[in-house]
Design a protein around this ligand. Sequence first.
Ligand code: SPV
Ligand code: MG
Length: 298
Amino acid sequence: MSKTRALREALNGPAIARIMGAHGALSAKLGEEAGFEAIWASGLEISAARAIPDANILSMAECLEAAAEIAGAVGIPVLADCDSGFGGVGNVVHMIRSYEARGMAGVCIEDKMFPKMNSFVEGNQDLAPLGDFAAKITAAKEARTDPDFVVVARIEALIAGAGMEEALRRAAVYERAGADALLIHSKQSAPDEVFAFRESYRGALPVIVVPTTYPQVTADELTTRGFGGVIYANQGLRASISAMRDVLAQIGGAGSTYGVEGSIAALKDVFALQRVDELLALQQRHDRLTATYAAPLD
Ligand code: SPV
Ligand code: MG
């Protein structure tokens, strides 16, 4: 099955699609290894891994390069976070063509103004005009070549304080514009408002949530309530920051690495993730062929 179809089916299937955030090939491989159905090429993770704010400072090309690295490293579908589409409708069409060509299973665009600011940062969270954003969704759908390629419309009305009615109004219009799925974002500390959205939304699209600020909600409960996808957008990145900080401090304090050896990944684990075995097999075969071709002809 193609990755585009796999993502589409995961979002529309009876169990929720569990999607793990990543910022590069290594974190994506760990997400795949842990059994998630898909990878989220997260704008926050990709920018944070470069110590840059998640505010459209990185160019589309830089985000695409990171997402393509991820897509090339895993066998599961990748849903790419494309912020607010990197500009006007021409940027959106260029974005769709570029992301589809580089192996993404789908993209997500959010209804905020360019440049966007991460949804959890206090600051400008102004919504894009509904008509303009919906028309970009239609343009995105028309620009893709694979009919299974997934275009997710992300609703930021609750983040921007525009209210539930506005969120639902946008959901209906984005569905009419051709979106394949909706992402309803919330920064509340409880899942109540995304539950309320799911109950009131009467359309047919799968609804995705990002429970960063309401971590108590379980995938089972989200499935029961009818959600199509859950994105764990940044926990991998945050785990790596904590783990690295902790280990580096221990090494600095102890003046040796002896105390941390037991708690950090073994080099053979690193080599396995790098697929060193494959390289060694390739080299052995190359050596055999080299000897064969170098031998004098009879
Ligand atoms: C991301 O992971 O970049 C997201 C999710 O878009 S959030 O950070 O919650 O905006
Ligand atoms: Mg993002």
